[in-house]
Design a protein around this ligand. Structure first.
Ligand SMILES: [Zn+2]
Ligand SMILES: [Zn+2]
Length: 368
């Protein structure tokens, strides 16, 4: 079959809208007609050359759509089902899967850097040559082919332009608060960085029962959004001293938990300084893999637990439907994330906004 996709041929070049081909479905494949796809910072990292993948490649890993066809071995999915796609397929039986760490699945980590499907092969072609698939999904296209376990059914009344956000940013942030930090009622939390992941971390903290949530960002519009979705206090850095604010909030002790989602050295340092002794720090943001980040050693002392998390401890089949339910029940706010809807042709303008820090999420909406 043939369909349109946004193709990246080389870092620092615009995505090109091209007609690509897909080969026949393999037994475990699910073919999804893409309805909505969010633009995430990780896509931008590939465009900017910070995250290196073979090219040409189709990016996009925050995707929702409707199942169009299933492979011969897929038994529990049906044509017409509305789904959100997970970017973390896992085999279920390797060293890490058996230790309940699917994010580290050996097949996932082995094939991921090659940008191929979970079975190690490609499904996409451009002019007859292999085309790479980011995060087992290639969501910036009219159709996506994923392995069975990546397609997670949504309630019929879940709008797919909201649902797609669950697939990356929302899962990462909410999951960090609930699955990784396992926050409880009455806890004090600092969230650094209020993009889609940070706003979701704020909401995860609120859903878990945190009673004081201090949101930190440079951008006051984002802090206003953070307050809208659950932050009880805000600190606009660098004008306001976030450490001082955390100290005031906790009688000088520091917060029980810091959820860091800004991804820069000062933010990582702040996370360690603001955490109370015996508290916990979850790093969600990322900086260049070869960059060094320096800490005041004393800020790491005092039995603090420091965890780095990529996908909020996601168990997609368990968590995606719960997050959709929370949205439909009015407990998880996703509408404020939607800065604008784009056509596939406008995708480069969406990335320009993301790079400039304008808005939270641009979502590509496909016709039909
Ligand atoms: Zn993402
Ligand atoms: Zn595995």
């Amino acid at each position: 079959m043939q369909f349109r996709a946004a193709v990246l041929h080389a870092p620092h070049t615009p995505l090109a809208i091209e007609t690509i081909e897909a080969v026949d479905l393999q037994p475990n494949d699910v073919l999804v007609r893409v309805v909505a796809a969010g633009l995430c910072h990780t896509d931008l990292e590939v465009i900017e050359g910070q995250l290196v993948y073979p090219m040409p490649i189709v990016l996009g890993h925050e995707t929702a759509g409707v199942i169009e066809a299933v492979g011969s071995a897929v038994s529990l999915k049906r044509r017409g089902e509305r789904v959100v796609l997970s970017w973390n397929p896992h085999c279920g039986h390797c060293f890490h899967c058996e230790r309940d760490q699917p994010i580290l699945c050996e097949t996932y980590t082995a094939n991921g850097p090659h940008a191929v499907q979970f079975d190690g092969a490609t499904r996409l072609r451009l002019g007859g040559a292999p085309l790479r698939t980011m995060f087992y999904m290639a969501g910036f296209a009219e159709y996506a082919i994923v392995t069975d376990s990546c397609a997670i059914a949504m309630p019929a009344d879940m709008p797919l332009d909201r649902a797609c956000l669950i697939g990356c940013g929302v899962m990462t942030g909410v999951g960090a608060a609930i699955n990784i930090a396992r926050l409880g009622y009455g806890e004090t939390v600092m969230v650094i960085g209020c993009g889609a992941v940070g706003l979701s971390a704020v909401q995860g903290a609120r859903l878990a029962g945190a009673t004081a949530i201090l949101a930190v960002d440079r951008n006051r519009d984002r802090l206003a959004l953070a307050q809208k979705v659950g932050a009880t206090h805000v600190a606009a850095v660098p004008d306001e001293d976030a450490l001082e604010a955390a100290s005031r909030l906790t009688g000088g002790r520091g917060v029980d938990c810091v959820l860091e989602s800004a991804g820069n050295a000062p933010a990582f340092r702040l996370s360690a300084e603001a955490c109370r002794t015996g508290g916990q720090i979850v790093w969600l943001g990322k900086t260049g893999v070869n960059e060094d980040v320096a800490f005041r050693w004393g800020s790491l002392m005092g039995e603090k637990r420091i965890v780095r998390s990529s996908y909020g401890g996601a168990r997609p089949a368990r968590d995606f439907p719960l997050l959709a339910r929370a949205y439909l029940d009015g407990k998880l706010h996703l509408d404020p994330y939607l800065t604008r809807h784009l056509t596939l042709e406008d995708i480069n303008a969406g990335f320009a906004d993301l790079k400039a820090g304008r808005g939270i999420r641009s979502v590509i909406q496909f016709a039909g």
